[in-house]
Design a protein around this ligand. Structure first.
Ligand SMILES: Nc1ncnc2c1ncn2[C@@H]1O[C@H](COP(=O)(O)OP(=O)(O)O)[C@@H](O)[C@H]1O
Ligand SMILES: [Mg+2]
Length: 347
């Protein structure tokens, strides 16, 4: 769509837009002058793949590593370990000139569209600046494309002359989406893009994202803590807990029969999704001091001694991957309630 210098969009030999393999991100936290820094593992070991026209939703509580993952996939932050491939190119160890191209292939949309739009810039500048920096298009053509993009996201072209404060939250998020699309990316990373919006407006923005995806073949990495939202937009789901994937696979499988106790609890706490009610006790443990064994064991209603000793790895079961020692028993329908351990023991 923007032509010049966005030719990464033309070389797709497969439909896979992004692939992450064992992505990790650790932060070194200083603890005073004389102590060695502590290592905070924000993202443990995440792998996924998103194809053209598909949406992977990443869900989990605040602090589980969603935004860190988003920043790595959007090439804002380097992984500590692991591989990231974007439009068939290595996106971690890439020469600078190639990285510039890759940076156009992935764009980020944030939760707070007001914070991410410069209040002193007219919408025309917000939309045209990426073209001015990254393409050889002339002024008239840049303006034409900005107006065209406004129409695409459901706004009137004459809004180009206004400033961000003149718009509602939903309109501002449409503008942020328009800006993200100016360089014809292949992948949109959206970090809680509707969480700050009223429910009625949320649905409109989600519909817009779905329409744009159908029209442009975009891949989405969609971050949300809200399974009600995820239900509308996702094809695949990755459930994160304390930096780790505890369950991931097709949305339909996971929503129909969640096999990880954490997924079960998340679904049960989302209005309208489940008749079951599971209240998770306790707080999310500190990622500076994660539980041994299964990361979820301090809050799991089904915890057994094995869970405190042995970390369950992701394995394929019922067309999704799940990391729970007792997942087979959940699949058989018998809830594993252990009388020998206190329910939801807290750390
Ligand atoms: N730049 C950073 N430096 C140190 N710790 C960080 C940094 N960014 C995130 N963290 C920590 O990493 C963990 C995951 O954070 P984040 O990715 O923001 O989670 P989420 O988006 O799911 O709320 C948190 O414990 C957070 O405090
Ligand atoms: Mg976040």
């Amino acid at each position: 769509m923007t032509g010049a210098s966005t030719d990464v969009s033309a070389d797709a030999s497969t439909d896979v837009v992004v692939e992450a393999r064992n992505l990790q991100r650790t932060y070194d936290i200083r603890r005073g002058m004389f102590r060695a820094p502590a290592h905070l593992r924000a993202v443990g070991d995440i792998s996924f793949r998103i194809e053209r026209g598909r949406t992977l939703a990443v869900v989990g509580e605040s602090g589980c590593g969603k935004s860190t993952l988003a920043r790595m996939v959007a090439l804002i932050e380097k992984p500590t370990a692991g591989q990231l491939t974007l439009v068939n190119a290595d996106a971690v160890d890439t020469p600078q000139d190639r990285k510039r191209e890759l940076r156009q292939a992935v764009q980020l949309v944030f939760q707070n569209p007001y914070g991410s739009l410069n209040p002193r810039k007219k919408i025309s500048a917000v939309l045209e600046d990426p073209l001015a920096i990254n393409t050889t298009l002339g002024k008239a053509e840049r303006a034409a494309r900005a107006r065209d993009m406004l129409a695409r996201v459901g706004l009137r072209p004459e809004y180009a002359n206004r400033y961000p404060h003149m718009f509602s939250g939903g309109q501002r998020q449409r503008i942020a989406i328009a800006r993200a699309l100016m360089l014809s990316p292949r992948l949109l990373v959206a970090d809680e893009p509707v969480s700050a919006l009223d429910v009625s407006i949320q649905a409109q923005v989600l519909n817009l994202l779905a329409d744009l995806q159908a029209e442009l073949g975009l891949a989405y990495l969609f971050i949300s803590h809200d399974l009600g939202v995820v239900r509308h937009i996702a094809h695949d789901v990755l459930v994160m807990y304390l930096g780790h994937a505890v369950e991931q696979g097709p949305k339909a499988r996971i929503f129909a029969r969640p096999l990880h106790p954490y997924t079960q609890a998340l679904l049960a706490s989302t209005p309208g999704l489940s008749s079951q009610r599971i209240v998770l006790k306790g707080e999310l443990p500190s990622p500076l001091n994660p539980p041994t064994g299964c990361v979820f064991n301090t809050r799991c209603p089904h915890v057994a001694p094995r869970c405190r000793e042995e970390r369950p790895l992701l394995r394929m079961l019922d067309e999704r991957q799940v990391a729970c020692h007792f997942a087979e028993q959940f699949l058989e329908g018998a809830p594993v309630v252990r009388a020998d351990v206190p329910m939801a023991a807290t750390a």
